[in-house]
Design a binder for this molecule. Structure first.
Ligand SMILES: *Cc1c(COP(=O)(O)O)cnc(C)c1O
Length: 432
């Protein structure tokens, strides 16, 4: 009925998440409120992990891309499920380490890591640093030497996948700020350089071709290109690459018409490509790393708002304004992203209106969405926006000095705060 199967309607006609009445959550914790179904997070982790075990003999690791949604409790859940973790900044690394995450299972990404971040990563003995460019390689070699360490590194590669036929947020093409290009020979020269670095242990290659990708074919194409590169490294540099990181980017269902392939299908097809390409090109099968972010966080989360003003502009449109907006969900203003919404206290009624849900920030583009089918929404109603678990809280801001909402986890009928709501005092905390 809804985009996520953990959402339902109870006998009172209210929307539930993980069996908990969302209107009760709104009453108890206030709005706007991010709510996550912990069991849904865990279920996605297990599906990725089990498919890795079944399809690739467990020779690999699933690393949650924490930029999708990070807080200490999220790191604890991911740790408890036995996954690894990706970070892209000192702040994300700090959060993971403070949550007790095993540094050996953390990978550090980013196209412009600072020296401070590299020192923090090296001194924390994290599992992988994914090197993006040649200047980073030189800085890291020096820093590792200073600390007397030999960190494991991987290289971010732009596999040059022809994304023209695929309509997605792409990062694998040559004109991207991320990584080393394959077709110009830049990546190969960098590997040569890395193999001569005394203080770095070159483990393998990484690619991440984009996000919210529904089709498995570009992932297969990327995997094939990466194994070919591994073969070139073996043949020309006599070095056997041990690890292949295929990134994240698996699409999720934001709207009912979206039809992402099941994670299991992805793992089956990728494993097949990697195995057969390795056999054909006579290279050892590398361990595989994958980095799902959105697909673990998004379907588990919703946002609850309270409706304030309703503005009907005859012949134009109806605005339904809520007590949040681009400050807690900037994805519409960034990408014109689309969401499903429900009036949580009228969830059993038909969605017989099409409205624009507007935020409360001082930007005309501050919308949650346009032309959204919705039950008749009036002041005081609770609106739930679905599948907001990824890139909402993590991209939130204090624009207009609006305090960030609280984050609540529900599990087995119980709810608990995992991130407190900010107060006005928090807003001025660093002001002098
Ligand atoms: C963003 C990112 C991911 C996660 O992407 P999703 O689309 O959220 O799955 C994984 N790896 C890298 C390197 C990324 O930058």
């Amino acid at each position: 009925m809804f985009v996520s199967d953990n959402l339902n309607v109870n006998d009172n006609g209210n929307l539930t998440i993980g069996g908990v009445d969302t209107t009760v959550l709104a009453e108890q914790y206030g709005t706007p409120l991010y709510v996550f179904d912990e069991n849904k997070i865990r279920e996605s982790c297990r599906r990725f992990k089990e498919s890795m075990d079944r399809c690739y003999g467990g020779n690999g690791i699933v690393c949650y891309a924490s930029k999708a949604f990070s807080c200490m409790e999220m790191c604890r859940v991911i740790k408890d499920e036995g996954l690894g973790l990706d970070v892209v900044s000192g702040g994300e690394l700090y959060t993971a380490l403070k949550a007790g995450f095993d540094p050996a299972k953390i990978g550090f990404h980013g196209n412009n890591k600072t020296d401070e971040e590299l020192k923090y990563a090296v001194s924390s003995d994290i599992g992988h640093i994914i090197v993006d460019n040649i200047s980073e390689l030189a800085r890291l070699e020096k820093i590792a030497g200073e600390f007397g360490k030999k960190p494991h590194i991987m290289f971010r590669i732009k596999p040059g996948i022809d994304a023209h036929t695929h309509d997605f947020v792409k990062t694998g093409q040559i004109d991207s700020k991320f990584g080393f290009a394959l077709e110009t020979g830049e990546a190969f020269e960098a590997v040569k350089e890395a193999l001569s670095c005394e203080n770095l242990d070159f483990m393998g290659v990484h690619c991440h071709i984009g996000s919210q990708i529904f089709d498995i074919a570009p992932f297969e194409e990327a995997a094939r290109v990466m194994v070919e590169f591994i073969a070139k490294i073996k043949n020309e540099l006599n070095h056997e690459v041990r690890e292949l990181n295929l990134g994240g980017g698996f699409g999720i269902k934001y709207l009912n018409e979206h039809d992402p392939a099941p994670y299991e299908t992805y793992m089956e097809r990728i494993s097949k490509v990697v195995r057969s390409a390795c056999e054909e090109l006579s290279v050892n099968q590398p361990a595989i790393l994958i980095e799902p972010g959105r697909s673990i966080a998004a379907p588990a989360g919703i946002t609850l708002y309270t409706v304030g003003a309703r503005k009907e502009i005859p012949g134009i449109r109806t605005y339904v304004s809520v007590d949040g907006g681009m400050c807690d969900n900037p994805r519409y203003i960034l990408y014109q992203s689309e969401y499903e919404a429900v009036v949580a206290n009228k969830a059993s009624q038909e969605r017989d209106e099409n409205v624009t849900i507007a935020g409360k920030c001082c930007e005309s583009g501050d919308l949650i969405g346009e032309n959204m089918p919705l039950q008749h929404a009036e002041s005081g109603d609770i609106i739930a926006v679905l599948a907001t678990g990824a890139y909402n809280y993590s991209m939130s801001s204090n624009y207009n000095r609006i305090p960030k909402p609280a984050v609540v986890f529900v599990k087995d009928g119980e709810s608990r705060i995992v991130v407190k709501r900010e107060t006005f005092e928090d807003i001025i905390r660093n002001d002098v």
